[in-house]
Design a protein around this ligand. Structure first.
Ligand code: ATP
Length: 359
């Protein structure tokens, strides 16, 4: 087990002139035994960060420490890490037994009996003991993924690094494997860094979530923190499905005035601080459909999606598209005029220029 300290990490690719900065100024500590998920849009630097921690990429500057020991210049095989990737990279000609035992046969002086015993222990832990004599092509995707996990954990690594390990599985199996992976990680208590582009997976799995954008760390926190207290507009927009509604409003005394006759009277104006405009965010589930014309967001319904347990309403307010999650009984006809309202405590407010949260 290990605490991972990443300090001022920078990684650039390419020559002078045509440089890509994949990761910039990244400071992050992953605590001993923690499950840290890196999430962000394509190209934000998640995989590069993981590969730097693994020792598969040289860093451009900055340092990486495991339990206070600087490993920045150590090669991958000198670091006690195990990696699991999206493609399981099993050896096709070897049985499951041989695949799982491979790292031990390569790296230790244990006898084959000892290795076999350990392989069986691991296979039992993963529920694949009956498959030990099969070849990878005889296994389902989920079974292959378990073998890949087995091969990763057999050496008792200090650190687990996983890059989209579930993305080749269908939706149902993915959610089963999510739970299994979390249970396994808790049981083994190994510090884990996990990369995904899927914010739902990130929220479900991570003890904490590190959100990256354009090579920069935006926020680190547990699911509740990043959802309820996003530090900036990017995080607010990235976390949550459907996405948060965002409009630009003028600040007129204690009233927000926005597109399509949007008007909202505030109790708390302590954040205004001389601002004449602000970005206003409301989550779809915080939008209340009000029938009596009292609401602050007059809109026209464009599409109603029936989800069974609830409806997604898509509406236009002036030039702005809105999304609301409402109870399944509420089905205003498409094209009808409706109004939405929300509680002030559910407002997210961001500076128009810096995009940082102001509340
Ligand atoms: P994805 O989810 O699409 O895999 P990511 O967040 O993992 O994205 P990275 O793969 O870390 O992103 O890439 C970050 C940036 O660095 C991208 O602009 C990418 O094109 C660039 N990059 C990554 N690896 C290399 C490389 N070996 N050579 C040149 N550029 C690279």
């Amino acid at each position: 087990m290990a605490t991972i300290d990443i300090t001022k990490l920078r990684k650039e690719f390419g020559d002078e002139g045509e440089q890509i900065v994949a990761v910039e100024d990244l400071d992050l500590t992953i605590e001993d035994g923690e499950f840290m998920v890196f999430v962000g849009p394509s190209g934000c630097g998640k995989t590069t960060t993981l590969r730097c921690v693994a020792g598969l990429e040289d860093v451009s500057s900055g340092s990486i420490e495991f339990d206070g020991v600087d490993v920045t210049d150590q090669r991958a095989r000198e670091r006690n890490v195990a990696m699991v990737f999206q493609n399981y990279a099993l050896y096709p000609h070897m049985t499951v037994r041989k695949n799982i035992g491979f790292p031990l046969r390569l790296s230790t002086k244990q006898s084959s009996d000892e290795i076999d015993e350990r392989v069986e222990e691991i296979a039992t832990l993963l529920g694949i003991e009956s498959l030990l004599d099969d070849k990878p092509k005889e296994l389902s995707g989920g079974q292959q993924q378990r073998v890949a996990l087995g091969r990763a954990i057999i050496r008792d690594p200090e650190v687990f690094l996983m890059d989209e390990p579930l993305s080749n599985l269908d939706a149902k199996l993915r959610s089963v494997m999510r739970t299994e992976l979390q249970e396994l990680q808790q049981e083994l208590d190994v510090t884990t860094a996990y990369v995904t582009h899927d914010q739902v997976e990130a929220m479900a799995m991570g003890d904490r979530i590190a959100i990256l954008n354009e090579g920069r760390l935006q926020q680190v926190g547990d699911a509740n923190e990043v959802y309820r207290s996003p530090t900036n507009e990017f995080v607010a927009g990235f976390i949550g499905s459907p996405s948060i509604n965002l409009v630009t409003a003028e600040v007129d005394g204690d009233t927000l005035v926005g597109p399509g006759n949007f008007e909202y009277v505030l109790d708390d104006v302590s954040w205004v601080d001389g601002r004449s405009r602000v970005r206003v965010g409301v989550r779809p589930e915080d939008m209340h459909l009000v029938e009596d014309g009292a609401g602050s967001m007059p809109s026209e319904v464009t599409v109603v999606e029936h989800m069974g347990n609830e409806n997604f309403l898509y509406a236009r307010m002036g030039e702005v598209d809105l999304t609301a999650r409402v109870p399944s009984k509420m089905r205003p006809p498409e094209g009808s005029r409706v109004r939405f309202d929300f509680d002030e405590e559910d407002l997210y407010l961001f500076d128009v220029d810096t995009q940082e949260s102001v509340k």
